[in-house]
Design a protein around this ligand. Structure first.
Ligand code: MN
Ligand code: MN
Length: 306
């Protein structure tokens, strides 16, 4: 980090993530923050196109030191805010191509990518860019929903309910190491969960996680992902709407903010090659609480890399 970025007051200046420099110069960078202001594939209430901006705004108050992880990620790492992808709201294929192109430019330069969504469809082009470089990746997926539908809308293979089905179809995911955590809520029938399991997902429902306890969950994730390149995707609706109301398809009975922070911290030791944080929808937020949580989850991810 530059000293000057923390010399200013957190409410002054232009909002970049963690007050880190906005630049597209990748030379020398360790981590790039990328925004994807796209929500055209949401199935219920939209608004997460405003997610990146709101998360950046709330990230201004992230002071540098992480007391839980005992690191100063903005000092240890050179973090840049790359800005946003130029999305094409009525064209998901064009948007996904734009995301993949920017992500490829970043990861191929050896820079770790943390992406702020945007709806969950964006994980597909991000995984395409990661898998092109690394081969099929282990996947740790926090969500209330499996997102493994084959088709959410007739004839439309891409939406925020299908990214991981498509990613598996395309061979981007190592299905021996695909863990879903926090799944819950009503579905149209038992088939939704059965389909996810059939595809190879190791599903840890919210009930499982609470009954077994977070240390047991993390130990399972650790053993499944050991020695693998791991991608982490966090749908903010894994968290209870009492803590994260600003999202498009809320499901009651989720993780608390504290549990979610502990889960992310508990990924320490994994070889995490990239991550995204999606489905933060500021129009449904109150007092910024969802984006404050998202900013802090981003800080925890940066701290893991530090
Ligand atoms: Mn979800
Ligand atoms: Mn999702």
């Amino acid at each position: 980090m530059s000293e000057s970025s923390f010399a200013a007051q957190p409410y002054a200046g232009i909002a970049t993530f963690g007050r880190q420099p906005h630049t597209r110069e990748l030379n020398g960078a360790d981590v790039a923050i990328l925004g994807v202001p796209y929500d055209s594939s949401t199935s219920y209430r939209s608004g997460c196109r405003f997610g990146p901006r709101a998360i950046r705004e709330q990230s201004l108050l992230l002071w540098g030191y992480n007391n839980a992880q005992k690191v100063s990620p903005f000092q240890t790492l050179k973090v840049i805010d790359y800005g946003d992808v130029d999305v094409v709201p009525p064209d998901i294929v064009a948007t996904h191509k734009a995301i993949q192109d920017v992500a490829a430019r970043i990861v191929n330069a050896g820079v770790t990518l943390l992406t702020l969504g945007g709806d969950h469809s964006i994980s597909l082009p991000l995984l395409r860019a990661q898998a092109a470089l690394h081969g099929p990746v282990a996947l740790v997926h926090f969500d209330a929903h499996p997102d493994t539908w084959d088709c959410e809308y007739a004839g439309q293979p891409f939406s925020h309910g299908t990214p991981f089905r498509r990613a598996i179809d395309e061979g981007l995911v190592d299905t021996s190491a695909y863990v879903q955590i926090g799944i819950r809520g009503p579905t149209a029938g038992p088939q939704d969960y059965a389909d996810a399991l059939q595809l190879g997902a190791r599903m840890i429902t919210l009930d499982d996680a609470v009954e077994r306890g977070l240390p047991a969950v993390l130990s399972e994730v650790g053993s499944v992902c050991a020695g693998k390149k791991v991608y982490v995707t966090i749908d903010i609706d894994a968290v209870d709407p009492a803590f994260a109301p600003g999202t498009g398809t809320p499901e009651v009975g989720g993780f608390t903010s504290h549990q979610m922070l502990k889960l992310v911290r508990g990924l320490k030791g994994l070889n995490i090659i990239g991550a995204d944080l999606v489905e933060v929808s500021p129009p449904f937020d109150h007092s910024g609480i969802t984006s404050i949580l998202a900013a802090n989850l981003g800080f925890e991810l940066l701290s893991l890399w530090a």
